[in-house]
Design a protein around this ligand. Sequence first.
Ligand SMILES: *Cc1c(COP(=O)(O)O)cnc(C)c1O
Length: 357
Amino acid sequence: MTRPIRLEISLPAIRHNFLLTRRHSQARSLFAVVKANAYGHGVLDTAKALADLADGFALLNIEDAVRLREAGLDKPIALLEGPFDAAEAAAMADYRLCGAIHSQQQMDWLAKGSAKRPVDVWLKVNSGMNRLGFRPEAAIAAQARLAALPQARAAAIMTHFATADDDYGVAEQWQRFLPVAAASGLPVSAANSAALLRHPDTHGDIGRPGIVLYGASPFEDRAGAELGLRPAMTLSADIIAVQQLQPGDAVGYGRRFIADRPMRIGVVACGYADGYPRIAANGAPAAIDGQACPLLGRVSMDMLTVDISRLPQAGVGSRVELWGPSAPIEKVAAAAGTISYELMCAAAPRVPRVVRD
Ligand SMILES: *Cc1c(COP(=O)(O)O)cnc(C)c1O
């Protein structure tokens, strides 16, 4: 492929970010969250990069877990939502996968399996997020049912925070979860990235960092760089044409941008079909050789436009960083009314990837 666009993944950055997270963490072990193809970074590459550092891995698709096992990864692998049917419950035993059990139905599936290889279960408690899990008052009964199943072994008790990254904080959920966790006597897993950085009292035994491993901040008010994180994903593409605008000239679909002075703009070989958000506002950061060249005009399917008026040296063939070390993905996401997670996961398969190690 010769279209001048690429997605670069830095495995050293992921390793750096893991070690930084480890320094913040009081949890005994850290399971690297590699769901959604490692937030778009590649589940195999990421797991290999962290194989000697992480205590385990956490993801959703059993297919990905099997790929990791078949690639020789020996570390514990946790399914964050547990099995989706009885066959998956059986596969958990076959592939030595641990993971969440959040419902009676999942226990029914486990109960159909072989008792020869009990599955390590993380009992999931709904402490206030109201997505998955047993309500706190039902958790101990669930644990008792689990204890009676020869196909399962309770290995941990877990919950997930809705607001570890914002001012609401975790106190309310933690107060609901803690007594149940204590009564269960099981190892505790509660902390996502934000809780690992901001709420040390919730670290428990098994931390579950995701976004920080990829170098983005979980917080609206702190950039990844301020936290010492290194961006692991860089999306860049070349300028393939340059236009000189006169005052009053409009750019792209819908005439969303209209020049109020003479300007030079670069047309970049990246559009929403590559995963760049169509909805990104004028002014979303981008950079050439570390110098700002903000987005202007509406993003089209295969192209977008940036302001290079202040970069006389830039022209056709200049490489534009659309997110990465010089154009923080959190800021690009904010300009599109979303979060870095969504942009990372949306990087399109048609974009050629380069993995650096
Ligand atoms: C995605 C996820 C995490 C990781 O969250 P980050 O905010 O990316 O650190 C942890 N636990 C569960 C259950 C998750 O679904």
